[in-house]
Design a protein around this ligand. Structure first.
Ligand SMILES: Cc1cc2nc3c(=O)[nH]c(=O)nc-3n(C[C@H](O)[C@H](O)[C@H](O)COP(=O)(O)OP(=O)(O)OC[C@H]3O[C@@H](n4cnc5c(N)ncnc54)[C@H](O)[C@@H]3O)c2cc1C
Length: 405
């Protein structure tokens, strides 16, 4: 497909086949997948920031992705550990065989600039409005497109309930080899500070580490100073002195209920596809989106050429299926927030991590079987049943303060 050049009020312009708004994980993956499958497609990826992907590190288990999604992610150079990984809870340690991978936003940005046609990449381009026929930039420039996909970041709405995952991480160059052999995905053998708290450590090289302090909180407040202090204490205990060479922080929704269709209707412009975290393509408990973003990107690329209304309908259908498939995890999220007192929330995860490895892998991939669900919920509950039942039956508190629960 070749963009059609035409004149509008004396200005030469063109109609793109596809405009993707938001060059984060979801938008970037759609762009790469569409360009790979249809090299002749004229697309534009419009990102408000100065680089694609912001300041993130995205990680995933190999078992989260099918071969097609693994091949898609292989277009981005990323770290791969073949060591398995560890988890730690009070009085328990476990080594699991699942291999872990991690992609930095710097490598994401570089790969997009390398792989996409020069004219497709647009950073520093803030979109002010979008509709089925194109987008209008904050500068006033109009970009016409036959199909538009909205991949801007997540915004909470009164139609969602739940809590928050709050975290801050540091990329550290240690003064001497740190000695950490495998990723530690969850170290909850720590003071909980009134939430479910754990530290996540990735050995990036013999003398580079990524250390992140996370907690599941009822509110979205990020106390950066407190998290920085806690990371410092954690590093000191382990002798991980060194220079901080990068930092990231995040506040992610842990959606435990609500009305996905209403949320999407509020977010979406008519005839515009809604993808990414904003479109609720996330794992409700971990808030991770990477496997779902990769699957959407491949599905969109396979469906092209398709007009905007077709893409919007495809994403609506996929979102409804995804919301149904994630129901069990929203139940678990309610148990985490409502049934367990904050200091005891770690017990839910500690018990979960005693289950068989394939079940754990399916859980993270969002593909738990009916039998897995039964096993996760059966046995002596780690939270009192009198608290668990009302939590399971409710929706959880509203994500937007003041909204109905
Ligand atoms: C620090 C951090 C670490 C994370 N780690 C992981 C992880 O390890 N694994 C995982 O699966 N998930 C992780 N997540 C969750 C994360 O939210 C998603 O995985 C992912 O980034 C969501 O992708 P997205 O494309 O939907 O949104 P984003 O990646 O947030 O991208 C949205 C993009 O839209 C752009 N944008 C917004 N408004 C406009 C506008 N008006 N015009 C143009 N552009 C605009 C933004 O600048 C941004 O780049 C992490 C999140 C954070 C914050």
């Amino acid at each position: 497909m070749v963009p059609v050049a035409y004149r509008l009020r004396g200005m030469a312009t063109e109609i793109f086949d596809l405009a993707i708004v938001g060059g984060g994980l979801a938008g970037g993956l759609v762009a790469i997948a569409a360009n790979q499958r249809h090299p002749g497609l004229s697309l534009t990826l419009l990102e408000a920031g100065e680089s694609f992907g912001g300041n993130h590190r995205w990680s995933w288990f190999e078992s989260d992705l099918d071969p097609a999604a693994t091949a898609l992610l292989a277009r981005f150079p990323h770290q791969r550990w073949t060591t398995g990984h560890d988890v730690r809870f009070p009085a328990t340690r476990r080594h699991l065989g699942a291999n872990y991978r991690s992609l930095s936003s710097r490598d994401f940005d570089a790969a997009l600039r390398r792989e996409l046609p020069q004219r497709a990449v647009g950073t520093g381009r803030q979109v002010a409005a979008l509709d089925a026929q194109g987008v209008t930039l904050a500068s006033g420039e109009r970009i016409a497109a036959r199909a538009v996909i909205d991949c801007r970041d997540f915004v909470p709405s009164p139609h969602l309930n739940g809590g928050w995952q709050v975290f801050a991480g540091q990329h550290i160059r240690t003064d001497r080899p740190h000695g950490l052999a495998a990723p530690v995905i969850m170290d909850a053998d720590l003071a909980q500070h009134g939430a479910y708290r754990f530290v996540y450590s990735l050995p990036l090289s013999a003398d580079e580490l990524f250390v992140e302090d996370t907690y599941y909180a009822d509110g979205p407040e990020l106390d950066r100073a407190a998290l920085t202090e806690r990371i410092a204490a954690y590093r000191e205990e382990r002798g991980w002195a060194g220079a901080i060479i990068g930092e990231e922080a995040g506040v992610l929704p842990v959606v435990t209920g609500g009305d996905a269709a209403m949320h999407r209707a509020l977010m979406a412009a008519p005839g515009v596809g809604l993808a990414g975290a904003r479109g609720l393509f996330a794992h409700p408990l971990t808030s991770y989106t990477l496997p779902f973003a990769a699957a959407n990107a491949l599905a969109i690329a396979a469906a092209l050429p398709l007009d905007g209304a077709g893409i919007a309908a495809l994403l609506d259908r996929r979102a409804a299926e995804h919301w149904r498939a994630m129901r069990f995890y929203r139940h678990l999220g309610r148990m985490l927030f409502r049934a367990a007192v904050p200091e005891e929330r770690w017990r839910i995860f500690a018990r979960f991590y005693r289950l068989p490895e394939p079940l754990i892998a399916r859980f993270y991939a969002g593909r738990s079987t009916p039998l897995d669900r039964l096993r996760i919920l059966s046995g002596r509950p780690p939270v009192p049943i009198t608290r668990a039942l009302p939590a399971l039956l409710g929706k959880g508190p509203p994500l937007v303060q003041g909204a109905a629960g």
